[in-house]
Design a protein around this ligand. Structure first.
Ligand code: HEM
Length: 187
């Protein structure tokens, strides 16, 4: 894992161990919702052709099982180093399975919205808000780790494949990006 990315995102989101502790405190309330979260998650991505296409025939039960585990750890507040490391690995798996970050971020937004609906229905407003914000910060750090892992791994693998010096790649890339910027601005 890239500790720098984790640390930067943690600080910028305002995520602390108090968030993990709050999630753990409410785990008895929230963990019974996991099955519903997972079913809605997969119904959403299987009902939409671009996301459905990612999956192989018969793969859904395996994916549901690992998503259940993911929710279990997230909602138990088991946010140790191994947990964050696994999120970094997800970015790499997503490259191999051609899952763009737009899919992941879209679904993370859905997950956060679902969680908000559930906590609002189950808890007094101030407790619901506090718990939602803890979940939001933790899941935003996860999304950033997956996205950055995808980006870093993609670029670094590309550099290795073409066998170019990273500084040279940076310079050539910078010039190319400058051209694209002009084009996107209609220049
Ligand atoms: C909230 C957003 C998401 C999170 C947190 C997430 C998390 C994960 C995790 C934890 C794994 C690893 C499972 C394991 O250890 O075996 C994984 C793998 C995978 N994810 Fe995601 N994912 C997200 C969104 C998506 C979306 C939107 C798709 C497809 C449209 C997707 C497709 C896959 C696939 C196909 C794998 C299997 C990789 C493999 O083992 O071959 N994910 N994801």
């Amino acid at each position: 894992m890239n500790i720098k990315v984790y640390e930067e995102m943690r600080v910028l989101c305002g995520y602390t161990s108090a968030d993990a502790e709050l999630l753990a405190k409410y785990a008895e309330t929230t963990k019974p919702w996991i099955q519903e979260f997972v079913t809605t998650f997969y119904n959403t991505i299987f009902d939409y052709e671009p996301t459905r296409k990612v999956f192989k025939d018969g793969e859904r039960p395996d994916r549901e099982a690992t998503t259940m585990q993911w929710f279990d750890q997230m909602l138990s507040g088991q946010h140790d180093e191994a947990f964050w490391q696994r999120q970094w690995v997800v970015g790499i798996l997503h490259i191999l399975r051609a899952v763009p970050n737009a899919f992941m971020l879209g679904m993370m937004s859905r997950v956060q919205q679902l969680f908000l609906e559930k906590v609002q229905a189950a808890l007094p407003p101030d407790e619901a808000l506090a718990l939602y914000l803890a979940f939001k910060r933790a899941t935003d750090v996860v999304a950033a780790l997956i996205a950055e892992s995808y980006f870093y791994t993609y670029v670094e693998s590309m550099e290795s494949v073409v066998g170019m010096n990273p500084t040279l790649v940076q310079r050539i890339l910078h010039a190319e990006v400058g051209k694209r910027l002009q084009k996107e601005r209609g220049g």
